[in-house]
Design a protein around this ligand. Sequence first.
Ligand code: AP5
Length: 217
Amino acid sequence: MKIVMLGAPGAGKGTQADRIAEKFGIPHISTGDIFRANLREGTELGKKAKVYMDRGELVPDDLTCDLLIDRVSKEDCAEGYILDGFPRTIAQAEVLDRALKALNTAVDFAIDVEVPDEDIVTRMSGRRACPKCGATYHVKYMPSKIEDKCDKCGSDLILRDDDKPETVLKRLRVYHDQTQPLIDYYQKKGILHTVDGTKTPEAVFGSILAFLGKESV
Ligand code: AP5
């Protein structure tokens, strides 16, 4: 099963992708997480990507597409995967389609998590991320058990640099300009499913499972 997650920054793509990955036993592949891991490790890719991420802009395709196609070619992706944050432009979607077509396969589901812009800035300012393992929380909606400490690895949680309100507004503009056209792209292919991302994480997951064909949350 190959799934693409769509939605504005902070819509809850990563939160839902984690749950789907666990339920179906397939890898959750987030290009944002890959760039952040590279940054932590001090690689050239991480340093280059940071410049764009801090400005709220997309990392150029030449740094993104090969990396993603290489990742989905790994053995753990043989039974499928869930892509979170890729594709983000029509050009990226076409690269993915071409790579899959060469393997006689295609994306099965595109899931659009819909949240209005006015809710996004509030949501992002409350997000806390673990700089070590990448887990995310929300101070109000999904708090960690101990304040500002990661439940999984105990590290101190941080506000991501690109979650500051001015950068979030820029990311939203970039989303509407470059990523939202993908909704039409996947609608035309007949594989788009839209869910209301303003509901609780459990309710959103329930709506997703309903069309993915698994019953219990
Ligand atoms: P990336 O890391 O992919 O960021 P994003 O798409 O902007 O999405 P986020 O991770 O910010 O949010 P999300 O939708 O996953 O929400 P989450 O589940 O965390 O990309 C970062 C940057 O990397 C980009 O700006 C770009 O520069 C670069 N990049 C990445 N991929 C690229 C590509 N393909 N091409 C070019 N550049 C690329 O939830 C958000 C918060 O809300 C959390 O605190 C969560 O706890 C909470 N929450 C989640 N669900 C709910 C709910 N239902 N109700 C209440 N709160 C909720």
